[in-house]
Design a binder for this molecule. Structure first.
Ligand code: DQA
Length: 142
């Protein structure tokens, strides 16, 4: 099973962002954990991160071929990017939306996710462990 993990804008700055919201784990530590969980669950995982919205959309398009499931954390794009929403709608297999923080318990503007109705499952506020849960979910459903 092939899974792509797509982290979006500002997630390369994990470890330097508000630790109360995002913890202290860096993106590279998070990716190392995700690769380890992938091995345990017998899934082949590829992790990507970009700060360019167009590149993020292209990554989703490319995943349409050969990827069985997606784990997406688009960062702030979650709250307003209809381009990413439309791209996810094209993806024909399960998509799990993950956020390190509980976006539903934060500022009003973060409570809206424009991708929520095109994903198969959502995991909010569980920190890095949310990615493990997302992988587990994909392994069980795909
Ligand atoms: C985030 C939540 C978003 O609101 C924020 O803009 C991020 C990270 C999260 O993982 O909690 O960059 O997606």
């Amino acid at each position: 099973m092939q899974v792509a993990v797509l982290n979006g804008v500002n997630l390369n700055m994990l470890g330097r962002r508000d630790p109360a919201m995002y913890g202290t784990v860096t993106l590279s530590q998070l990716e190392t954990m995700v690769y380890g969980w992938g091995k345990e669950l017998h899934a082949t995982v590829r992790c990507w991160q970009t700060n360019s919205e167009g590149e993020y959309v292209t990554m989703i398009h490319e995943a349409v071929t050969g990827t069985d499931g997606l784990i997406v954390n688009p960062g702030a794009w979650t709250h307003y990017s209809y381009a990413i929403r439309d791209a996810l709608e094209i993806f024909p297999r399960p998509v799990v939306e993950v956020h390190l923080s509980d976006i539903e318990g934060r500022e009003e503007w973060r409570r809206t996710s424009v991708i929520a109705d095109v994903v198969s499952h959502r995991i909010l506020g569980k920190g890095p462990d949310g990615y493990r849960e997302a992988l587990q979910h994909l392994v069980e459903t795909v």
